[in-house]
Design a protein around this ligand. Structure first.
Ligand code: FMN
Length: 240
């Protein structure tokens, strides 16, 4: 099969913008709420009132490497809060938008952050959802999930020894309702900004991190009990 026959090539071409198709609209997709909030569950408040001193920004850039050798060491609540802030901390309000540390096409913020806590001093192991509006972690499932997540990531063992695992999903209709299929490009750009923030913040805090794109999509969606239209698109491990 030649490149032109691949779905990747055809998607890129189909979603090209040109003067000819600027007014063209695909079938309408209804928008969905701008962020998810879980009710009736334990919430752990996060806070980043004071930022810690860190190495020079350009040193951080030169030192960042994907690191997978973790020693099951716990992270502090403060470290976890700083990493969550780097991912999706709210840094401004432009009604009705909650502006964040990472940019987002059309300020539509299609990405949801889930966090598996494997080893932490203050937070018990489990799966949490990052509630962007009140900057807290909502408990979804109790217990150490590192082993299951490692299996869901094609058996990549380092997920089991990471202190925490970021799992990012996309709520497709938030962005697709405005941009059509081209919005899928933006969704992947959005998540990459978020992930890079976390990778650099990890380096700044003297932690090790690795992005992960290989996982069993449907099984992971089911594990997180995501609804139709929301799908996991990226993962990152952080540890010591
Ligand atoms: C989109 C993407 C997906 C990746 N998926 C994985 C993965 O599933 N497992 C893994 O060990 N590393 C993964 N990596 C890390 C790459 O292997 C790594 O970035 C690359 O080897 C370059 O090394 P560096 O990050 O240390 O500079 C991924 C990186 C990116 C950007």
């Amino acid at each position: 099969m030649g490149l032109k026959e691949t779905q990747a090539y055809q998607f890129l071409k189909f979603t090209n913008l040109s003067l000819k198709n600027l007014g063209f609209r695909e079938a309408l997709v209804s928008p969905s709420p701008p962020f998810k909030e879980y009710q009736n569950t334990t919430k752990i408040k996060l806070s980043v009132e004071k930022f810690p001193p860190t190495p020079n920004f350009f040193e951080i850039l030169s030192k960042r490497r994907s690191k997978r050798g973790y020693k099951k060491n716990p992270l502090s609540l403060r470290e976890i809060a700083l990493l969550c802030f780097s991912a999706q901390g709210v840094t401004g309000i432009a009604e009705p938008y909650l502006l964040r540390t990472a940019p987002s096409a059309g300020a539509l913020y299609p990405i949801e952050t889930y966090l598996a806590i494997n080893y932490s001093y203050e937070i018990e192991p489990g799966i949490y959802h990052l509630e962007v509006k009140d900057f807290s972690l909502a408990l979804l499932k109790k217990g150490y999930m590192g082993k299951i997540l490692s299996e869901l990531a094609l058996g990549q063992a380092f997920l089991a020894s990471a202190s925490i695992i970021f799992i990012w999903s996309a709520v497709l209709s938030r962005t697709i309702s405005k941009y059509g299929s081209r919005g899928l490009r933006y969704i992947f750009m959005d998540v990459a900004h978020i992930c890079q923030n976390v990778l650099l913040a990890s380096e700044a805090l003297g932690l090790k991190a690795c992005p992960v794109g290989a996982f069993f999509d449907e099984e992971l969606n089911k594990f997180l009990e995501l609804e139709e239209g929301e799908s996991v698109i990226y993962i990152a491990t952080v540890g010591k």
